[in-house]
Write a protein of this length. Sequence first.
Length: 457
Amino acid sequence: MLQVLNPATEELVATVPAATPADVDAAVARATAAQRAWAAAAPADRARLLRRFAAVVDDHIEELARLEVTEAGHTIGNARWEAGNVRDLLDFAAGGVERLNGRQIPVAGGLDITILEPLGVVGVIAPWNFPMPIAAWATAPALAAGNAVLLKPAETTPLTALRLAELALEAGLPEGLFQVLPGTGPVAGNALVEHPGIAKIVFTGSTRVGKSIMAKCADQVKRVTLELGGKSPNIVFADADLEAAAAAAPMAFLDNSGQDCCARTRILVQRSAYDRFLELLTPAIEEIVVGDPSDERTQMGPLISRTQLDRVRSYVTDAAEHAAGIRGKAPEGPGFWFPPTVLTGVPENAPCAVEEIFGPVAVVLPFEDEADAIRLANATEYGLSGSIWTRDVGRALRASRAVRAGNLSVNSHSSVRYWTPFGGYQQSGLGRELGPDALTAFTETKNVFISTEGPAL
């Protein structure tokens, strides 16, 4: 049994049966049968059912949001957005079903066409930091492209996934087409990865686990999309609007308590603006409201677990010897609370400056000029996201080309939109999710040549 705890109170919320390899095997058999009928359905019918699924999710936004607050500790405002994002992803994917077009390629002696066909059964292994939207990133386009989906949510956050599976049936999706398999990574997750009936794995999580999954998929030449870790830079040039940059910096790494692969936890500030930026940043950090995630006024909730709390503490303890900084407030007592924390005076290669902490901790590092900023921004094994603050359009474009990351924002901290591609460089992952090509990531391209010079058909 999996135990689900409320991160804000440490109270037991629910116990959920953990899937076994036999459960996975049975689910694959059901999904395979359902997928054949789903793929054979008219595109308009598939699109209609996905839109109905979106409408049913919309009717349950508040219920799903409250579940997310309870199991993940997300602020209620964030949780409502996440549930709404699931609805929007389903709507967006439904719009692509009837536009999943092949091509006609000019060739000599005949007609050549390509056909996009579904892969079959897709395994999705979702994380605990954004349980609903990240699960939907893969589930919605995979279903739209004609596949069945088996979703394994994280051990700590299975409740919203289970509820979404119920809502899918309520909307009329066929039995077996979208199934949720709560369980542990080493058991249920591994069974999904190694099952020969699974055509593709989509995994979001740590780089360490992602590498292991990729190696196991290689044995079957199984397709894989990986969205892994990040240590994203927030580059602030001296010519930027410093007031705006400082005001935006806190939630760029404190959103979801810093448990975000795109969190801008490396704040790089041009030396000539460094002192002024810290003056502006200090009150912005100190004023962040940390507390009960169900309170509408709360900006930051707890961490997900005791394990994660201990991990975050260890980085700050290690840095404390030679670090100064800014520290906000957090509740005391039950719950996995850690205050907003900004470290200054740390070496640029310190663990807290180069490793993913996955908590409400950022470092501020000075740089000299544009070249030095790019050097620091790229001085990490990751390459997921980042921000560039400047009034110089030319500099913004140069820096955007030079920073090795898959998702960059200028004078903004936006990383994820369901209608634009998302993914990372280097150790941050493999492949792209979301955007106009999301459905094609769940298809095979079949090429058909029809001769016009042979016998009549």
